[in-house]
Design a protein around this ligand. Structure first.
Ligand code: ZN
Length: 56
């Protein structure tokens, strides 16, 4: 079974569910390991903020 990642919008089997949203393994790692690419990091932060905001 595959889930749609809420960050990269691709379908993956492995990942985590954070606040009822699926985040694939590669995106999870990208968040955990601070990406070199600052723009990419800003996008991730924005996405996470959106997820958290939607729950509240
Ligand atoms: Zn992803």
């Amino acid at each position: 079974m595959k889930f749609e990642c809420c960050i990269c919008n691709e379908y993956h089997e492995k990942g985590i569910v954070l606040m009822h949203k699926f985040i694939c393994r590669s995106c999870e790692l990208s968040i955990v390991d601070t990406p070199q690419d600052q723009l990419k990091y800003e996008i991730y932060k924005k996405k996470i903020k959106e997820i958290v905001t939607n729950i509240i």
